[in-house]
Design a protein around this ligand. Structure first.
Ligand SMILES: [Fe+2]
Length: 99
């Protein structure tokens, strides 16, 4: 999984186009909201402004995405280091669970 980050310019969003692999994009706000979107080849995921995001590889190969965001968005990893995400992603017996 990636470290996860907010954007330094919090009102900027991001689009991920998954090129290869399987996984989930997990997202959270500082108000405690949580969301997830499946990632797979050809699937596009929108990360709205103000949402921290982390991609989690749940497959057996690399998870590869093409990401587009404003050049000045920046990466704020520090808040996620302190806050973490409210859920983790587990793969058990081929099933994906978040808890
Ligand atoms: Fe981002």
């Amino acid at each position: 999984m990636t470290k996860g980050h907010y954007h330094t310019v919090a009102e900027t969003g991001e689009i991920y186009l998954c090129l290869r692999g399987e996984g989930h994009m997990i997202m959270k706000t500082q108000n405690g909201e949580f969301a997830s979107e499946p990632m797979g080849r050809g699937r596009m995921v929108y990360v709205p402004p103000y949402w921290a995001h982390r991609s989690v590889n749940t497959g057996d190969e690399d998870l590869v995405s093409f990401c587009v965001y404003p050049a000045d968005a920046g990466h704020n990893y520090g808040d996620i280091e302190e806050e973490g995400f409210p859920k983790r992603v587990y793969r058990e017996n081929g099933r994906i669970e978040m808890r």
